[in-house]
Design a protein around this ligand. Structure first.
Ligand code: ADP
Ligand code: ZN
Length: 607
């Protein structure tokens, strides 16, 4: 076996590479720049960690999040790789100590926050040390077109310029639309990089959008159908997290919660409960997820529409990381768009950015929100929609998302369309969709009465139809440009460029769902080989939890679920056999092998 494979096995316990990894590793080993775009869970970190181990000197990894750095450094140390991080979570003494050790050449990998690149002490160190490579994690942070713009990322090229010798530069991200990709290449000044992308399609994820009357009832029925599965429910606000979690608990669902407003202890404790399957459902804001490697998440429900598809795909992508199937269900309502606009307006803008840029960033957030709303209401293939957004084109509809599976019928809505256009015309562009729908349905709602709309000629014109249906028709007419909806806080409707066609005799049709779609039942297969001994798996998890508590480590840093599953299926009888389990490197074998072996031996003894 080659040195590369030896190290891969010794430190990380893997027998081979995942798609895309080896190309990136080899390029960095050859001294080339790299741009790697791989979806969450595809194994980006290994692409720079392995070359860091093989090359002389120390690798710098630029990472935007303290929690992410901590997590990765902890995992590396467990694997026997000397690693450290330098960020503002360290006390001054800790920082001095880490830097001193770095000067002594004790580390192979150092994680730094981008702000560090300007600190004189750090710069002096970087200039006088042999750097094996520089890896930029979450590289989309360099782009104003992306979702997490960090101005300090823009300083990376200047930092590289100050070095006596420029090491190879690797940029890694899970979310990059074509614009962001282009931006990363330019802003980081990558030099003829080797591009690696594994493609964004996750075939084991099932996508579905529902427009329920009552989200609570819908959520409950989704969870009731999966009583033993573990899943995540994402909400857009802290308040919604608390409400939904309390509601589920009152229904005897084993749920816990996570958001940035909770104490660090509660967050830690709830996260642990979820990781250990003591709580099956995690209700959380998007603060939950970074660095979380729970592989058996069988569904991800979005209780609210997220702000953009990047966020949605990343969060939904936390399902099915073990390769088994997972359901990604979005519960949409028109209100989510209003909440989304509010969240964008209230959102913090990145530090060190001028007002003009802030305005431009916000504008792009609104545009992304619009696309997210389009995803939530499209009648086309959902998977195709997502992949297209990330610059990938599926040759045909996926055939397996909720829209592909639903039956559709073409309905003639010409009569309703004319009435709607008539009402919008009569109100001369002063009202939005909800008011116009109330008016047409003859509903004496507050807004109708306030503006005396019950005196309009078109009042009650569509009184036989449910308001919901009329609103849906209005949405379609906007999409098809019969109507135009204005921008701003209170979008109002006016006639669109195609309005004439409908009035002068053209037929208007609409696609309507016939049968409610059935989600594919989540699969429970083990990714490989022998059948899983569920009881043994649970005992291995208990041991892991016990060790995790002793060492104050997150359980998955010791072994991932996937590794334990493989142990429970293969049942190694000796340390040598244990070494063949994916995820068991020599360091972990030394530390934990005997303990886990003992549990396996106990369980295979006839009782
Ligand atoms: P990303 O950063 O792309 O989200 P990670 O680097 O966290 O992904 O890796 C995702 C999962 O894949 C982790 O559980 C990791 O242990 C596993 N993994 C990475 N490389 C390999 C490999 N070569 N063989 C098997 N598993 C791997
Ligand atoms: Zn589809």
């Amino acid at each position: 076996m080659s040195y590369k494979m030896d190290l891969l096995n010794a430190y990380f316990g893997y027998d081979g590479f995942l798609p895309g990894q080896e190309r990136a590793v080899d390029a960095l080993l050859d001294g080339r720049d790299v741009l790697s775009i791989m979806p969450t869970g595809a194994g980006k970190s290994l692409c720079f960690q392995l070359p860091a181990l093989m090359l002389p000197g120390v690798a710098l990894v630029i990472s935007p999040l303290i929690s992410l750095m901590k997590d990765q450094v902890r995992s590396l140390i467990q694997a026997g790789v000397p690693a450290a991080y330098l960020n503002r979570s360290l006390t001054e003494r800790q920082f001095d100590l880490a830097l001193e050790r770095a000067w002594q050449g004790r580390y192979k990998i150092i994680y730094v926050a981008p702000e560090r690149l300007e600190s004189p002490r750090f710069l002096r160190f970087a200039r006088h040390t042999q750097l094996s490579l520089v890896a930029v994690d979450e590289a989309h942070c360099v782009s104003q077109w992306g979702t997490d713009f960090r101005p300090s990322y823009l300083k990376i090229p200047a930092f590289l310029d100050t070095l006596p010798q420029r090491p190879p530069l690797g940029a890694f991200t899970a979310t990059a639309t074509p614009e962001v990709r282009e931006d990363i290449l330019q802003k980081l000044q990558l030099d003829q990089p080797v591009l690696t992308t594994t493609g964004f399609d996750r075939k084991n994820l099932y996508f579905e959008v529902r427009h329920p009357q009552s989200k609570k009832a819908e959520l409950l029925s989704i969870l009731r159908r999966r009583p033993t599965d573990s899943g995540i429910v994402y909400c857009s606000t802290r308040k919604a997290v608390e409400e939904v979690c309390a509601y589920l608990q009152a229904q005897d669902i084993s749920a816990t919660r996570y958001h940035a407003g909770l104490s660090a202890e509660e967050r830690q404790c709830n996260q642990e409960a979820f990781a250990q399957d003591t709580a099956l459902v995690m209700v959380a804001t998007n603060a939950f997820g970074m660095g979380i490697d729970k592989s058996n998440v069988r569904y991800v429900v979005h209780y609210n529409m997220p702000l953009d598809l990047e966020g949605y795909y990343q969060e939904a992508g936390r399902g099915g990381r073990d390769g088994g199937s997972a359901d990604c269900i979005l519960l949409y309502s028109g209100k989510d768009v209003i909440t989304g606009r509010f969240l964008i307006e209230q959102g913090e803008s990145p530090e060190g950015v001028d007002e003009k840029t802030v305005a431009a960033l916000r504008q792009r957030q609104f545009e992304r929100l619009k696309i997210m709303a389009a995803y939530s209401t499209t009648t086309g293939c959902l998977r195709r929609f997502i992949l297209h957004y990330f610059g990938e084109d599926l040759p045909a509809d996926c055939g397996s998302c909720s829209n592909c599976k639903a039956g559709w019928e073409e309905v003639d809505i010409t009569r309703a369309a004319r009435a709607i256009l008539d009402a919008v015309d009569e109100c001369s562009g002063r009202f939005g969709a909800s008011t116009i729908a109330d008016l047409l349905c003859g509903k004496e709602s507050d807004r109708v009465l306030r503006w005396s709309l019950d005196r309009k000629r078109t009042f009650g014109c569509l009184s036989g139809q449910p308001v919901r249906e009329v609103r849906e028709q209005i949405r379609l007419l906007v999409e098809e440009r019969y109507l135009v909806s204005s921008q701003g806080d209170y979008p109002v409707l006016s006639l669109g460029p195609r309005a004439k066609e409908a009035v002068s005799g053209g037929q208007v049709t609409m696609r309507r769902r016939i049968a409610p779609s059935r989600p594919a039942a989540a699969g429970r297969q083990v990714p490989s080989g022998a059948p899983l001994d569920e009881a043994l798996f649970q005992r291995l998890r208990e041991l892991r939890a016990q060790l995790a508590r002793q060492k104050s480590l997150p359980a998955y840093v010791i072994f991932t679920d996937r590794t334990l599953r493989e142990m429970a299926a293969q049942k190694p009888a000796t340390l040598a056999e244990m070494a063949h389990i994916s995820g068991v490197g020599s360091r972990k074998l030394d530390q934990y092998g005997q303990d886990f072996l003992q549990i396996i031996q106990l369980s295979s003894r006839p009782s």
